[in-house]
Write a protein of this length. Structure first.
Lengths: 299, 389
């Protein structure tokens, strides 16, 4: 199964003919992703990478039956592209852009009410189900199919955690990058729920950072409703207050926003926490062994 | 992005939100002229720096004569103001705001923020104005009223009346509603993250006036807010951070001694944490971003090295859309162009990692290569203690 995307997912790429989109679409296709076309307004009817180009998402959906869109457009036009995907009935919209104005996301969340789209991002590395489907910018070779679900804000910290796991023989069911912005499409809790309901996931890793309370809220939900072990890391133990650490959302506004406060709260809720990012892999391995499922391999 | 109080007040004024009559000046002579033009018998002289806590720090003073205005302006301009928020080095005052003193009947707290929990814009109000809202929030949470704005319909009149009633302004609900809706329009139009009026007052004449104002804007929206972007005051920012952002680097100065050059904000924080875990202290946060060219890496070295506390530099790259060979070329170029007299520890992983490692090995530089994150952090901390010994 996996969550959000699998090998049957029919994927389109918005901003298809752009340089970055082209590079990542080719990578995704060589990884086995079922890319069925793309959208670049004004270039409808053309062929790119051997696939049809459409003027609109609606036309692409009608022609190809796509349910997933990877949005590879600059931040200034990202919200428009995203809302177009929502309007066209795309089920999973992955938005990579770093730099989307936060009030655009406030309005986007309102627009989503009563519609069925799940937005992954913005400011996200994307989503990958190893061996099946990749919609994003991550280096696919570090991922391996398996039974650990990973959800993170950051891209590179996700790579770090995954490479530690893969090195220990722990493959991943799906890795979701929810993005580093303060208002994001999908929160940690929603992804934990999806992993809890996924038959192919045994253990879940949540990689958060300073700022806000999303990780703690997700952990609180997990201690009540999740049967699978949860391992958490929060980046930024050494970050100062009031300073934005790269990501727009990574700012310590109050005492409860610090990495240590969040890790303590999550530990208090009964979950395994990692205090040194170099030990994420080892901690997951312990959790997998305790769960009695053995090192995760392809099911 | 933050702006000065006087700039925030001009924005308020342009939206029809009353502020005390006043003008910003850069000299004591101009201060005297403005005080005379404003008239009256009492004035306030306010140091214009971005940090808060100015009142307690001596940056806001009352004057009963034009002579006193001149003296205060003379004292403040060119001085360094230390407040609870400036850190111990303080901030240099380049300009002061001269205002006619208001006759205050009551003070309130009023703000709007983009709230990350509700994912909405929220109004926060309290009848306890002029004090730190964080203090009120922890001491008497009941004294704070919050009102969430639905982005679909915007701020509604009944919500404004609710806020007015909650802070004891039910008898002025109509004028308060007009004002709050103007604030919301400004907040939306200008892509604010925070707009705080503290205090917001009722004068003895019964007028509603914004006595102080702090505004913060969304950096991600500056591309469509050129008028706001022009209000940026580079003097208020760390020159290294300004230099870094000019080269597409995200740098934040910290107080440790291990310089960090990392790709990605999350990994940059994780690297700082790994250093701290090994008993070291990071000198900075630095994210080189995606697609880092050799020039970008060389600039990162230059900026990290301007910090005199740096005793070792840790380069940690997990290349996804980056390329390890380019990173390695950047390290080699930096070593050639700059005098690097501290140990450099490099950990490369991801795209083109073998080629990157080969470039470093072939360069003959005395770079310490690390196998993984833990190894890199341990080696960096060891290198610092050896330099110190």
């Amino acid at each position: 199964m996996s969550v959000f995307v699998d090998k049957e997912s029919r994927v389109i790429i918005q901003g298809f003919t752009g340089q970055h989109a082209t590079f990542h679409a080719e990578e995704a296709m060589s990884f086995g992703t079922k890319v069925v076309g793309g959208v670049t307004p004004g270039k409808g009817g053309a062929t790119h990478l051997g696939l049809p180009v459409f003027d609109s998402v609606a036309a692409a959906v009608a022609e190809t039956g796509a349910t997933v869109s990877g949005i590879f457009v600059p931040p200034a036009i990202a919200t428009d592209s995203l809302l177009e995907a929502v309007d066209a009935g795309i089920q999973i919209a992955v938005i990579i852009a770093d730099g989307v104005p936060v009030q655009d996301m406030v309005r986007t969340k309102r627009y989503l009410a009563g519609r069925s789209t799940t937005i992954i991002g913005p400011n996200s590395p994307g989503i990958i189900t190893p061996g099946a489907c990749k919609v994003g910018i991550m280096p696919s070779h570090i991922y391996a199919p398996g039974r650990v679900g990973v959800v993170s804000r950051s891209g590179t910290l996700n790579y770090e955690a995954v490479s530690q796991m893969t090195g220990l023989g722990l493959g991943q069911s799906t890795c979701v990058g929810i993005g580093g912005d303060p208002v994001n499409g999908t929160d940690f809790k929603t992804v934990l729920q999806a992993f809890e309901n996924d038959d192919d996931t045994d253990v879940v890793v949540m990689i958060g950072e300073i700022g806000g309370q999303q990780e703690v809220e997700a952990a609180a939900w997990a201690s009540q409703y999740m049967t699978k072990p949860l391992v958490c890391f929060i980046a930024g133990v050494s970050a100062p207050r009031g300073r934005r650490m790269g990501h727009a959302g990574a700012v310590i506004a109050g005492d409860s926003d610090t990495a240590t406060a969040k890790l303590d709260a999550i530990e208090g809720l009964g979950h395994a926490v990692v205090r040194n990012p170099a030990e994420i892999g080892d901690t997951v391995l312990r959790a997998v062994k305790e769960a009695g499922s053995g090192p995760g391999s392809a099911s | 992005m933050n702006i000065h109080e006087y700039q925030a007040k001009e924005l308020l004024k342009s939206y029809g939100i009353p502020v005390p009559p006043g003008e910003v000046v850069y000299s004591d002579r101009a201060a005297a002229r403005v005080a005379e033009e404003l008239g009256g018998s009492r004035w306030v002289v306010k140091a214009q720096i971005h940090a808060g806590g100015r009142g307690k720090g001596g940056g806001v003073k009352l004057a009963n004569s034009v002579g006193k205005v001149t003296d205060l302006a003379d004292q403040m301009i060119g001085s360094t103001l230390i407040t609870a928020q400036t850190g111990e080095t303080g901030k240099r005052v380049h300009r002061v705001l001269i205002e006619r003193a208001s006759r205050i009947d009551r003070e309130f707290y009023l703000s709007m923020i983009v709230d990350r929990v509700s994912q909405k814009i929220v109004v926060i109000a309290s009848a306890e104005g002029g004090v730190e809202i964080e203090q009120v929030a922890s001491d008497r949470p009941d004294a704070i009223h919050t009102e969430y704005i639905d982005p679909g319909v915007g701020l509604l009149d009944f919500q404004c009346r609710k806020v007015a009633t909650s802070i004891g302004l039910a008898n002025r609900a109509a004028s308060f509603t007009r004002l709050l809706k103007r604030i919301y329009r400004l907040f939306r139009d200008k892509d604010c993250l925070l707009l705080e009026i503290n205090p917001f007052i009722v004068t003895e004449d019964g007028d509603l006036v914004a006595l102080d104002c702090k505004m913060q804007f969304d950096d991600n929206a500056l591309y469509r807010q050129s008028a706001v972007a022009e209000l940026r005051d580079f003097d208020e920012e760390d020159p290294k951070e300004v230099d870094a952002s000019g080269h597409g680097l995200n740098y934040v100065a910290l107080d440790g001694n291990v310089g960090c050059i990392v790709n990605g904000a999350g990994l940059a924080m994780g690297t700082m944490d790994a250093i701290a875990h090994h008993g070291g202290r990071p000198a900075n946060f630095l994210d080189v971003g995606g697609g880092a060219s050799p020039e970008k890496i060389a600039n990162a070295f230059r900026i990290v090295l301007t910090d005199p506390n740096v005793r070792a530099i840790l380069v940690n790259i997990f290349a996804g859309i980056n390329r390890c060979d380019w990173i390695a070329q950047g390290v080699v170029q930096a070593a050639k162009d700059l005098r690097i007299d501290v140990p450099v520890i490099v950990r490369l992983a991801g795209t083109n990692v073998e080629e990157g490692r080969r470039i470093l090995t072939d360069s003959g530089l005395s770079v310490i290569q690390a196998a993984d994150l833990d190894d890199a952090a341990a080696k960096a901390v060891t290198a610092v203690s050896e330099v110190a010994a």
